[in-house]
Design a protein around this ligand. Structure first.
Ligand SMILES: [Zn+2]
Length: 153
């Protein structure tokens, strides 16, 4: 006899079928009442187990989703740490604010801290052109059009 694996719900349904076959449904016999009562309780328990199993499945999915989100956040947080060994910007203090300035001479972009910006000028690390910051009119264009004070003629 092939014994298939049944869920608690299916087993209870099977027992109910047997009960029906015994024609004890309407019996007033105490034994029949006890049997009926036991099967009813089993039915309730089986249903609750089913509900709990569904709930566990849902939680499982949610936990998996949360795990993926945490992984993504993790990646974002630690992405930058991987390649900063020889990074030009590695000495910069993370608490300060930085501005990107494009050198008008060589086109290199230079990361400038707020302090340097306040000092008013910095040498381009690539071509050594003096980049000056004029706060009254400071814009990206302004730096590009900066006057020819160090032009050689
Ligand atoms: Zn330059």
């Amino acid at each position: 006899m092939g014994e298939k694996r049944m869920t608690p719900n299916e087993k209870v349904a099977y027992l109910k079928g047997l009960m029906a076959g015994l024609k004890l449904e309407d019996s007033t016999d105490d034994t029949a009442k006890v049997l009926k009562g036991i099967i009813d309780v089993l039915g309730d328990l089986a249903q609750e187990i089913d509900d709990v199993a569904d709930y566990v499945d849902e939680l499982d999915e949610e936990v998996a989703e949360l795990g993926e989100i945490v992984d993504r956040i993790d990646d974002d947080l630690y992405d930058d740490d991987d390649d900063d060994d020889d990074d030009f910007f590695e000495d910069f203090d993370e608490d300060s604010e930085y501005y990107e300035v494009v050198c008008p001479k060589c086109g290199d972009s230079v990361c400038v801290s707020e302090e340097i910006l306040l000092e008013g000028s910095i040498e381009c690390p690539n071509c050594q052109k003096l980049l000056e910051f004029d706060f009254s009119t400071l814009t990206a264009d302004d730096i590009n059009d900066s006057d020819d004070e160090d032009s050689e003629d």
